[in-house]
Design a protein. Structure first.
Length: 569
């Protein structure tokens, strides 16, 4: 067998030398090359009773464990037999490992050289075809225009002229579409040639990928499918915001505001984003199912007031419905922190479930149910506390959770790292895991995309909707707890936060039409929106004018989302 492998490698070396002396090859596809077929056959024989058998037997074992038709004894018998066969297959795999690696290496090397020639030939052929198509359709367009001009000149009435002009536009539009279709086919052929090369290498490596190949494949796929209109439709808002940030960075020193692009400023933006991240992650789930939440700001106030009351150093000055004032300093600080966090989450979840029930059970739009919840919480908080701030929380614990770590002096500035960024990062990771790695997350997308289809497929729309509201309440409760470490809490804390959270999600690409969006987009949206506000404040722009900027961004984001939705329909 070794001689066979040596013969294959020798033949490959000979062909590589021959290809070095020629510009092109006759092949149109790597799958037509006889030597590559021989390499594949040889590698298959090496792997058949080794690595391939191990993979097959492991799949059999996994299927048997899930097969409810098998009784325990039969399942155990099959698993034992397959486990014993895996042990034998591992011996074969170990014996063939070096031969497999060497042969695979030579095969991939030959495939790379051959593919380079094949791809060059395909690209040259398709480029020539593209030029021919462009010339053909340019002449066709000219012919259509000349024919239309004759019809317009010969028209005896205004109506006939308008008809001829309309038919001219229609004919040009059809010709343009046909031209683009043909050009797309040429690009698809070029893209397929490289895709085939990558797939061949993966086959020769027994399914193992290569980072550089994957990156090049993704880049070529992007280039071949690039459409300027789609690119600007998808990224136009981000480009505009990026230009705005660049202008702010340039204007700031000129206007005397100072250097905007410094580490302290960046960390400040991230610190301000940290608590708002929780609110955006909560409302993102509701937007995903084509809903919204207007109670976010009041939830923040409620959780912050609870946290402030429990962590206040000494006797509170606030009475709640004439109960109190309280003094929790006799309790251990750890218990007070746990109590504040749990109660903040509990009450946020309680009111979120209240709104969610009416949405999930009675099909009331979240706009109405959360508006009602907002008003209820607002009234209870202001009536219960008479609007009095609860005061600051204990200084030691405030610094422990909401303080900063000193990083040192950089460029003459003291740089500190905000501790609140850490819980925000954890929240993003948790939300990403729920959305992308759980059945509940997949069901969220299904319900958001088409709730009726989801119900027919066996998904409980009621449970998913209630789950989203509960998850939102948990995020609000955590964010409200941390909000108390940034400012003195009162019934007015969090005013307008719901608008910022919703806007951040929309800017981040979570569609109001439902079923579209990613957690990463929501997180980026929060940072973008917070950064926008910080830049305007840094440049001493009036607070009232800042609302104008925010309004334009929100309407632009929703308008672009609506246009994309209409195009999909």
């Amino acid at each position: 067998m070794a001689n066979t492998y040596d013969d294959l490698n020798a033949l490959a070396a000979k062909k590589i030398a021959e290809m070095a002396d020629s510009d092109t090859v006759e092949l149109k596809s790597l799958n037509d090359d006889e030597l590559l077929k021989q390499y594949q056959d040889a590698l298959y024989k090496l792997r058949e009773n080794g690595v391939n058998k191990i993979m097959e037997l492991n799949q059999n074992i996994a299927a048997a464990k899930k097969n409810k038709m098998l009784d325990a004894a039969e399942r155990q018998k099959l698993v034992s037999e397959w486990t014993a066969q895996i042990s034998e297959a591992k011996k074969v795999a170990a014996a063939n490992r070096q031969a497999d690696a060497d042969l695979s290496k030579h095969a991939v090397n030959y495939a790379n050289v051959l593919a380079k020639k094949v791809i060059a030939g395909v690209n040259a052929e398709q480029d020539k075809k593209i030029e021919t198509l462009k010339s053909f359709y340019a002449k066709k367009a000219e012919g259509i225009k000349l024919e239309a001009q004759k019809r317009i000149a010969a028209a005896s009435s205004a109506h006939d002229k308008e008809t001829a002009k309309y038919e001219l536009k229609s004919a040009l539009f059809d010709a343009k579409n046909k031209r683009q279709t043909e050009l797309d086919r040429c690009n698809d052929v070029k893209n397929q040639a490289f895709t085939e090369h990558v797939q061949m290498n993966r086959t020769l490596r027994n399914g193992k990928t290569n980072f550089s190949e994957d990156m090049e494949l993704n880049w070529k796929h992007y280039v071949y499918n690039f459409k300027a209109t789609k690119f600007f439709l998808d990224n136009g808002l981000y480009i505009a915001i990026l230009l705005f940030f660049i202008i702010c960075v340039i204007i700031a020193p000129v206007s005397g505001a100072g250097n905007l692009l410094t580490l302290p400023n960046i960390f400040t933006i991230l610190e301000q984003s940290s608590t708002r991240m929780f609110y955006a992650l909560g409302v993102a789930g509701l937007i995903l199912i084509a809903g919204t939440d207007l109670s976010v700001g009041r939830m923040v106030a409620m959780g912050s007031v609870i946290t402030g009351l429990i962590l206040h150093p000494g006797t509170n000055i606030v009475k709640f419905f004439n109960m109190g004032p309280w003094n929790f300093t006799s309790m251990p600080m750890g218990c007070r922190l746990a109590m504040a966090l749990v109660l903040s989450i509990f009450f946020c979840v309680l009111f979120s479930v209240f709104a969610g029930f009416f949405t999930a059970k009675l099909k009331i739009h979240p706009f109405i149910s959360t508006l009602a919840t907002q008003l209820i919480i607002y009234g209870l908080l202001f009536f219960g506390t008479t609007g009095t701030p609860v005061g600051s929380i204990d200084g030691n614990v405030k610094d422990l959770i909401g303080g900063r770590w000193v990083l040192g002096v950089i460029n003459g500035e003291l740089v500190t790292f905000p501790k609140l960024i850490i819980p925000a990062i954890i929240a993003i990771i948790v939300a990403w895991f729920i959305w992308n790695k759980t059945i509940f997350g997949k069901n969220m997308y299904a319900v958001g995309g088409n709730s009726e289809a989801a119900a027919v497929s066996g998904i409980s729309v009621f449970r998913v909707t209630m789950g989203i509201f509960i998850m939102a309440g948990i995020f609000y409760g955590c964010g409200a707890f941390l909000e108390a470490f940034r400012a003195n809490a009162s019934a007015g804390t969090g005013q307008g936060y719901e608008m910022d959270a919703i806007a951040a999600c929309v800017v981040g690409g979570i569609s109001f039409n439902g079923g579209i969006g990613k957690i990463g987009g929501a997180a980026i949206g929060v940072v973008i929106f917070t950064g926008l506000t910080y830049c305007l404040t840094f440049l001493h722009i009036d607070t009232n004018l800042q609302f104008v900027f925010k309004g334009f961004i929100i309407i632009a984001a929703v308008a672009l989302d609506s246009i994309k939705y209409l195009k999909r329909k």
